[in-house]
Design a protein around this ligand. Sequence first.
Ligand code: GDP
Ligand code: MG
Length: 448
Amino acid sequence: LSDRLTSTFKNLRSRGRLSEADIDATVREIRRALLDADVAVPVVREFAAAVRERALSVEVSGALNPAQQVVKIVNEELVAILGGEGQRGLALAKNPPTVIMLAGLQGAGKTTLAGKLALHLKEKGHTPLLVAADLQRPNAVTQLKVVGERAGAPVYAPHSGVAGEDEVPTGDPVAVARAGVETARSREHDVVIIDTAGRLGVDAELMAQARDIRDATQPDEVLFVIDAMIGQDAVATANAFAEGVDFTGVVLSKLDGDARGGAALSVARVTGRPILFASTGEKLTDFEAFHPDRMASRILDMGDVLTLIEQAEKAFDAEQAEKMASKLAQGDDFTLEDFLSQMQAMRNMGSMKKMLGMLPGMGQMREALDSFDEREVDRVEAIVRSMTPAERRNHKIINGSRRARIAKGAGTTASAVNQLLERFEGAQKMMKQMARGGGMGMPGMGAL
Ligand code: GDP
Ligand code: MG
């Protein structure tokens, strides 16, 4: 896929404007990428049409080449459908307890999520109570108790020994849910999380039960939990729950698997409900706020190195890159000055991170940028500036007293100067290798 897109983009590159044929070719690839990611077919169709229309009407930008422009549109559309920039958190009730009800198919990850939410809320200073309203499976209550114990949150359940429990008719999930909320109120738990039963497929009885629980407890949030691996069934399932219980938000589970997240796009598009959280493993801490931009990247997973390199070149300044290349080709040394300009180029790229954020699947590169600390450039700059020209040309002459002087001038420690020199030597070594092997024009990257 990545290769295919890369070649499409290569073709698009270096032409002045977006032609209809260019756009159609790209849109075809985008469609394929979305289908590969298991986005529902009708959603793909609609999405492709929207992108095509926008691409056709867009002004040709001077800053971006045509390929980048199409990617930008695709990414923007994806992010918008997935929830845009402003993700909301859980809606908390003005008058506690906040009631959160979980709904979804069996195995979707509701019970696990109950524990994750409890832990998450506890960390924020809340006092959640878990309510076991899944009385369908024999061990569902036990499972919730295990999860609750791990999260350090009490569980209200039939036969739990909680006072008042005797009045709860075992086997009636609606009564358990209602009594659970009452218990939370009387014991001053400020959040109640109601775990409910699921079936393997959507079924009328299950849906009626979920609706009854909802009506009995008046939740502030009904979270629809959906397994990201569900693929093309996502739309039908989401629709059934939207009609059946009408959820307020979505939690995508099992995002740690191979699912490429197409379900996210399908569900968001079809139901218009926000995706609030992502579940990424079996441990209670495998849980995070949902990030539309990351999901957009995952869905596309284009990892388009070509475009990335274009960005890198831009930041690095082509002229400078050329100078450096010829310098190295002549066997000249890579100096501390060069090292510094590379870091400055990295800083420029850092400020383009947002821009690069639209280029998905960059893996390592993205990580390098994410972990890149802009203040680090200032520190390096301060140190290099404190060196004499001779020291900059040949760092080997930097002895103890020079090091102390440089550190003092840069307002740092001698060991920081040493660290910088070590990193520089690493970069220098790599540059030598690159000069021999004729690598690409963005050296120093790996040294950071
Ligand atoms: P429920 O039937 O909806 O309550 O689903 P469970 O919470 O019991 O989860 C079903 C299975 O999926 C269990 O084995 C969980 O450990 C597992 N599970 C839940 N969430 C995740 C997740 O985000 N990632 C992975 N890998 N497994 C999960
Ligand atoms: Mg369960």
